[in-house]
Design a protein around this ligand. Structure first.
Ligand SMILES: Nc1ncnc2c1ncn2[C@@H]1O[C@H](COP(=O)(O)OP(=O)(O)OP(=O)(O)O)[C@@H](O)[C@H]1O
Ligand SMILES: [Mg+2]
Length: 235
């Protein structure tokens, strides 16, 4: 097992958000975490990254306990994060946004090579390398957010709602890119509100509600289960 979340309890101050969450991601898998607004999806990713306070349980990555590591150490071990809010840094060009991600990784000397890798996945970003990152369209900014995570050579990528606010055509291309990244050998833990897309590209899925994993299984089975959709996934 590449990533194992064992029975974690996570808090924001006094608010007890995750209540015994467990999940597992095998090497080369795409696993999806789905659930309504406020269910605890982002908090689960933040717990893995050391960005939210895990008070009980443990997180193992590649056979080692990473529960108490600071975030930059978690990233250096090979976990990268595409946050929900994208966080493109204003005043920095596309190239500089990518460079900043490289500084936090083992790849700081490989800038040109990594720019070429980005160009393979996102030709449009190559044309905009010197443009301010925040001047990109919503879809292009999402591509840049994914590119930044990709250039650190992660073993696993945690991707939080990559298609939020994007038009259907772009949703399809983001889905295709996640599949391509996975085919290149990167394991993916994906959080999505677009349940149909997420379940159609992932192998397995976990359904979270009110800070607890309610059920899990093969993505195709979760997608076909109307009762699960009604209880945990409908608005
Ligand atoms: N920084 C915070 N401080 C206090 N409570 C928070 C904080 N961030 C999130 N929460 C609460 O934790 C719960 C889970 O939030 P989380 O962001 O994990 O949900 P989510 O499943 O990602 O939802 P969404 O689909 O809206 O992104 C919610 O009730 C939310 O209000
Ligand atoms: Mg969220």
């Amino acid at each position: 097992m590449l990533l194992k979340v064992n029975n974690i309890d996570t808090y924001y101050g006094l608010s007890h958000i995750l209540q015994g969450v467990s999940l597992e991601v095998k090497e080369k898998e795409i696993v999806t975490l789905v659930g309504r607004n406020g269910a605890g999806k982002t908090t689960t990713l933040k717990s893995i990254l050391g960005l939210a306070q895990v008070r009980a349980g443990s997180i193992e990555f590649d056979g080692q306990d990473i529960s108490r590591l600071p975030t930059h150490q978690v990233i250096l071990r090979g976990i990268s994060y595409v946050p929900e809010e994208r966080r493109i840094i204003p005043g920095l060009s596309v190239r500089e946004n990518i460079k900043l991600a490289l500084l936090k990784s083992h790849n700081r000397e490989r800038e040109e090579e990594m720019i070429e890798r980005v160009a393979q996945y996102f030709p449009v970003l190559k044309e905009r390398l010197n443009q301010d990152g925040t001047s990109l369209s919503g879809g292009e900014q999402q591509m840049l957010a994914i590119a930044r995570a990709l250039v650190t050579d992660p073993k696993v990528m945690l991707i939080d709602e990559p298609t939020e606010g994007l038009m259907p055509l772009l949703v399809e291309s983001i889905a295709e890119i996640v599949l391509e990244i996975n085919r290149s050998g990167v394991t993916v833990l994906l959080v999505e509100q677009n349940i149909e897309m997420a379940l159609s590209i992932s192998h397995r899925a976990y359904v979270i509600d009110e800070g607890r994993i309610q059920t899990s299984g093969l993505s195709q089975d979760i997608l076909a289960d109307e009762e699960i959709q009604r209880r945990y996934l409908s608005v």
